[in-house]
Structures are given as structure tokens and as C-alpha cells.
Design a protein around this ligand. Structure first.
Ligand SMILES: [Zn+2]
Length: 306
């Protein structure tokens, strides 16, 4: 993603209590951590690389452990800004819900191509953490035996990272493709919201919702965080961030980006070889994924009362 503008993150300390979250599935932190370890074990996952291909295969095998859910690899090729033709692959895992409406939950699994560190950059936070959180959410829903109030479409995006500069043919490849496909087949009108998880594992967690996020989704997410006693980790960011939520937002879907863009002092670990598992914690993965699940359940309750 790309940092766009703005000066300060404002942490909000409001406290809300609007009911019980007892029936919302809860993440197993140890499982989420194992998934992050597994993702990082592939090394750099640059789009079009063998490691990216192996990554999508192991994530699909992981999702297939839950036969109630349908998982598919969506493959497409695009020419990128360098003139190379790259084959991109998204993984889609669909969980049926009690309503025909659905929530799309996305995270990118590719890592940034760094010319100075082609083999050392493993993207523990920027790449692995979001994918691990999504796999833990899928497992938590399966183990709960619950049918979500809304359908959930989990999408593991390829090609989020740009090679040079974000443009039509550089970066956001997977999310742009997914949004266009859903628009083309008429499904997008049933998409109640798009939740993005990106850089969600920092052991010094500070999620700040960028200015482009839907205001009502931000408010509801903060309320659900407060119910879980986790409100101190969630605030707002006055600037915007160019990320995989953009193609959905551009098509009128309310979006929210769970992103921690304060990764090390001055965001120093971002896009460097410092982005390793030792900077992450299992508790952070659980905190963000638990709040995301609570938000989905809450949206489902609201849908039921419409
Ligand atoms: Zn990145």
C-alpha cells in the first residue's frame, strides 16, 4: 500500500456497550501464529514467483480442511508496468450465511519486490499477517458450528504490491480483478461491506482506520473492539492509504481497512528486512481478527432488522 497524506493518528478512547458478543466465533491465537510462520517459511512471495504459487496451494489445502466451505483459485494474467506478463492468483473461500448478502474479507499474500534484498525480505507483517488472520477466521467459524448471519467471501489477494508506482498496470492487481469480476456477474450489489486486513500482526499494535473508510463501519468496529476490551488498539488516521479496498470503494461498496501503518519507530520496519516474525505477536493477530469477526456478526444483526 502507499501512504498518501495526513499528519497524525488519533486514538479514540470511547467506550460502548450495546449487547453481548457471546455467539461470535473467537480466534485461536496459536493457530493464527502457526499460519503466519507457515506463510513466512516460503520466503519472499513476489507475484508470479514459484513461492507465490506454492503459497496459494498451501493456503488452499488449509481452506479445504473445512469441507462446508468452497475454495477456488482465480487465475488471470496481466502485463505489468515493466512489460512482463505476470500470472496472478487469488484464493477465494466462500462461507454461506443466513442472508443472501455477504461481506468480503480480504488480505494480500504477496510481498513487495525489493531489488536490494531479493531473498531476505519475508514480509511477516506486510503479507503474511493478513493471510494468517483470514485463515484463523475461517477455522474459528468452522469450529463454532455457526452459520454466519451474512455470507462471507474471503479473498487472498495476489499483486497488491507495486513494482514501481501504483497505476492501472502496477499494484492492486488481485483486488481490482476481484471487484471487476463481482461487478460483471452482478454479485457486487449483494456485497454489504468489504473488510481489509493488512499489517495486522505488529506486537505494538496500533490499528488506525484511514480517512477513506466508511464512517459507520469505523464506528461499529470501534464499538465491537470496546466490547472485547480492545478499544485501545483501534483509532483513526486523518490521511488516506492506497490499498486493496480502493477498487471496491470506487464501485460504491462501504469499506474498512484494518491497517497498522506505524510498524516500528516512524514505520521503519515497513518494506525492509526488519519485517520479520520477531516484530509480531499472536495476540495482535487475534485482536484484529476477533474484532473483524465481531463486526461481521454485528452487520448481520443489523441486516436482519432491516
Ligand atoms: Zn507492502
Amino acid at each position: 500500500m502507499k501512504y498518501r497524506s495526513g499528519i497524525a493518528a488519533i486514538l479514540t478512547a470511547g467506550f460502548f456497550w450495546t449487547g453481548s458478543s457471546a455467539d461470535v466465533p473467537q480466534i485461536e491465537a496459536d493457530f493464527a501464529w502457526r499460519m503466519a510462520e507457515r506463510a513466512v517459511a516460503e520466503g519472499p512471495r513476489i507475484s508470479g514467483s514459484k513461492a507465490a504459487w506454492r503459497s496459494i496451494l498451501w493456503m488452499k489445502r488449509e481452506a479445504e480442511k473445512y469441507p462446508r466451505f468452497r475454495s477456488r483459485i482465480m487465475e488471470f494474467s496481466e502485463e505489468i508496468c515493466t512489460g512482463e506478463k505476470i500470472t496472478f492468483r487469488n484464493l477465494v473461500v466462500e462461507i454461506p450465511g443466513r442472508s443472501g448478502k455477504f461481506v468480503l474479507v480480504g488480505a494480500h499474500y504477496d510481498t513487495k519486490y525489493l531489488p536490494d534484498a531479493p531473498r531476505e525480505f519475508v514480509g511477516a507483517n506486510d503479507g503474511a499477517s493478513g493471510a494468517a488472520a483470514l485463515l484463523a477466521m475461517i477455522r474459528a467459524i468452522d469450529r463454532s458450528g455457526e452459520m454466519p448471519p451474512l455470507g462471507i467471501r474471503f479473498v487472498f489477494f495476489d499483486g497488491e504490491e507495486c513494482r514501481v508506482e501504483y497505476a492501472r498496470n502496477d499494484g492492486l492487481h488481485g483486488s481490482r480483478y476481484e471487484a471487476a469480476q463481482l461487478a460483471r456477474n452482478g454479485m457486487l450489489r449483494d456485497c454489504r461491506a468489504m473488510l481489509l486486513l493488512d499489517m495486522v500482526g505488529d506486537r505494538e499494535l496500533s490499528i488506525t482506520f484511514p480517512a477513506g473508510c466508511d464512517a459507520a463501519l469505523r464506528q461499529t468496529a470501534r464499538e465491537e473492539a470496546a466490547k472485547l476490551g480492545m478499544q485501545r488498539f483501534f483509532g483513526d488516521y486523518s490521511g488516506d492509504i492506497l490499498d486493496d479496498d480502493l477498487p471496491f470503494r470506487a464501485r460504491g461498496v462501504p469499506t474498512i481497512n484494518f491497517i497498522d501503518f506505524c510498524y516500528g519507530p516512524g514505520n521503519r520496519y515497513w518494506h525492509t528486512t526488519e519485517d520479520r516474525l520477531d516484530k509480531l505477536s499472536r495476540e495482535s493477530l487475534k485482536t484484529v481478527a476477533d474484532v473483524a469477526l465481531a463486526l461481521i456478526w454485528r452487520l448481520g444483526e443489523e441486516q436482519a432488522h432491516r
